[in-house]
Design a binder for this molecule. Structure first.
Ligand code: TPP
Length: 638
């Protein structure tokens, strides 16, 4: 049977459909999303939960004239499918294919590029103000989840924009989940609104029944009403949002297209700030995602029939990822030191803190999507004599730069930052790559920045970091932790000191973290071609121990640094600065390998590393340039 979806090239095509056809379309969209994410991975559960909501918004409003901003944007697959990207949807998250999030460069229907949480109300309100100054006429709508509503930025926006009285709409997509269960007072408040709404419905039913009891019914009704009065005022729905200047509408069933469309049509007629509270089920329509919405939040490719994740290509024996190594070891550290406390900003599973949370509930804090608060909260814990470890993805730590400066580094407090997803993360793309942590942390006094070459070294670094009297950041990628085989005795971690893995006279390769593996492969290939290259595992991006580097570079004429991050202000530029300072008379040719000074697209991590020369071949190409040789190590075709 021909699908309705195959005839939808733009949201205009929706308008010709009846509501029952929209229901069929919703089902077809779900199947398409499940089929594509089963091959490509992606944000399945959130996207399944928002299908009817997205259809209803597009049905009532006129995008791209009206502006819809998706918070995070991980729920926007249905939007992509009905805005002219259906044919390309199968390329989702692949190199050169559709992005996993809304992107202004991808479509005129994506009015704002997103990926990080809690930005939608601010940006949508900015568009509303721009519209009014320019005397234009369109609607602006922010679609935000209850998890993203816990972010400070969303609160700041609510505080600012409600009272401006502008014509704008916030649609609150409440599934009572962030990645895990939503946390905090706002989440409790939203639950009370839901309960209040069932209470109000229940109250309506009671009134209906009492009034129909002959003779006494009306009296009973009056008495019941008096009794209810005080409780009812407590349960007045949406009063928090009303106080902030919004007209609160809801809560309504976010999978009921009739009610969604009817309510949105009414809302569209208003020209005031509206908060429309919608209840949805995360993972709706796919039994495994409904049963385990957290696991299906962001997933790798999976088997549709069973919901089981497929092993990544080439991963024959499972080797623990850095996050897993971190998660297990921080539990060991906490067992030994009762002062160890752990913090996450709504990423318990992703950062590997699940076991810690179960074993030490009193020493574990999920603060919600609130990275700024997490850092200052950690600083407070450290000032109170504890050893906080904030496990966070590199890209989300960017939110908290001022807090790292003002609350941690300036006071030299012993907070450990376990920076996961450093470097290229892969399919989530530029909003999620962890390119900048070394560059932005390196300029702050007091903080020490480290990167392990493998899982064993990550453990030693964690042991060391959690004993230091100052802040320490340890960065590691979204990757398997056994990249570099561990042989022999592990040298103890000493402040700023690198580890010499191999001596060599012709060329020196200094690699940071997981890039040691790339260096090792290059060194071995070069050795086969008669080039004697040395390899150093930097261990530290800051500080760089002068004595060690003085000795290491003594004979080196050509140096290549490799790092999984931006070269602009990164580790390589730090080392180059040190060498020119230490040996101004020495003529050294230098190449810094890393990601270039621009935003890096989405695609598999391994493909991105190859594309940007962070591979054995990339190092050999750089060596050729520096040494003026032409070493050919590409496999030859016979
Ligand atoms: C600043 C920031 N921190 C963390 C994340 C990771 N993250 C992506 S979605 C998400 C949960 C969002 O919950 P909600 O807004 O309720 O949407 P749902 O997935 O439940 O539909 C989190 C924590 C992020 N995108 N941005």
């Amino acid at each position: 049977m021909e699908r309705l979806l195959d005839k939808i090239d733009s949201p205009k095509d929706l308008k010709a459909l009846s509501v029952s056809q929209l229901r069929q379309l919703a089902e077809e969209i779900r199947q398409e999303i499940i089929a594509t994410t089963s091959c490509r991975g992606g944000h399945l559960a959130s996207s399944l939960g928002a299908v009817e909501l997205i259809l209803a918004i597009h049905y009532v409003f006129n995008c791209p004239h009206d502006k819809i901003v998706f918070d995070v944007g991980h729920q926007a697959y249905a939007h992509k499918l009905i805005t002219g990207r259906r044919q390309d949807f199968k390329t989702l998250r692949t190199l050169g294919g559709l992005a996993g999030f809304p992107n202004r460069d991808e479509s005129e229907f994506d009015c704002f590029t997103t990926g990080h949480a809690s930005t939608s109300i601010s940006s949508m309100a900015g568009m509303a103000c721009a519209r009014d100054i320019a005397k234009e006429n369109f609607k602006t709508i922010a679609l935000i989840g209850d998890g993203s509503m816990t972010g400070g930025l969303a609160f700041e926006a609510l505080n600012h924009v409600g009272h401006m009285g502008k014509d704008l709409i916030v649609v609150l997509n409440d599934n009572e989940m962030a990645i895990s269960q939503s946390v905090g007072a706002l989440s409790l408040y939203l639950s009370r609104l839901i309960t209040a709404s069932s209470y109000n419905r229940f109250k309506g039913d009671v009134e209906y029944i009492l009034k129909r009891i002959p003779a006494v019914g009306s009296k009973l009704f009056q008495t019941a009403k008096r009794l209810q009065k005080s409780a009812a005022s407590l349960l007045k729905p949406g009063s928090l949002f009303e106080e902030l200047g919004f007209k609160y509408v809801g809560p309504v069933d976010g999978h009921d297209l009739d009610i969604l469309i009817e309510t949105l049509q009414k809302i569209a007629a208003f020209r005031i700030p509206i908060l429309f509270h919608v209840l949805t089920k995360k993972g709706k329509g796919y039994e495994y995602a409904e049963a385990e919405p957290s696991s299906f939040h962001g997933i790798p490719a999976f088997r549709i029939e069973t919901g089981e994740p497929l092993p990544p290509p080439g991963d024959s024996q499972h080797c623990p990822h850095y996050s897993e190594v971190f998660g297990k070891h921080i539990v060991e550290i906490a067992k030994k030191n009762p002062k160890t406390v752990a913090i996450t900003a709504a990423m318990t599973e992703g950062t590997g803190l699940k076991e810690f949370a179960e074993k030490f509930p009193n020493r574990f804090f999920d603060v919600g999507i609130a990275e700024q608060h997490a850092v200052t909260f950690a600083a407070g814990l450290a000032a109170g004599g504890f050893r906080p470890v904030f496990a966070v993805y590199s890209t989300f730590l960017q939110r908290a730069y001022d807090q790292i400066f003002h609350d941690v580094c300036l006071q030299n407090l012993p907070v450990t930052f376990a920076i996961d997803r450093a470097g290229a993360v892969g399919q989530d793309g530029p909003t999620h790559h962890g390119m900048f942590d070394v560059a932005f942390l390196r300029s702050l006094p007091n903080i020490v920045i480290m990167a392990p070459k493998n899982g064993v070294e990550l453990k030693s670094m964690l042991d060391w970091a959690t004993e230091q009297p100052h802040p320490v950041a340890i960065r590691y990628p979204r990757d398997s932790s056994a990249s570099v085989p561990q042989e022999g005795v592990i040298l103890p971690i000493e402040m700023g000191r690198p580890e010499v893995i191999r001596e060599g006279d012709d060329l020196l390769i200094v690699a940071l973290g997981a890039m040691v593996d790339v260096g090792l492969q290059a060194v071995e290939k070069l050795a086969r071609e008669g080039v004697n290259a040395g390899l150093v595992n930097a261990r530290f991006a800051k500080p760089l121990d002068e004595k060690s580097y003085c000795r290491i570079i003594e004979k080196a004429r050509s140096i290549i640094t490799i790092e999984d991050g931006t070269v602009a202000g990164g580790f390589g530029s730090g080392l180059m600065g040190l060498i020119t300072r230490l040996k101004p008379e020495k003529a050294v040719s230098f190449a810094t390998l890393g990601f270039p000074d621009r935003f890096i697209e989405h695609g598999p991590r391994s493909a991105l590393l190859r594309k940007y020369g962070l591979s054995a071949q990339g190092v050999i190409d750089a060596a050729n340039k520096l040494l003026g040789t032409r070493i050919e190590t590409h496999p030859r075709k016979n």
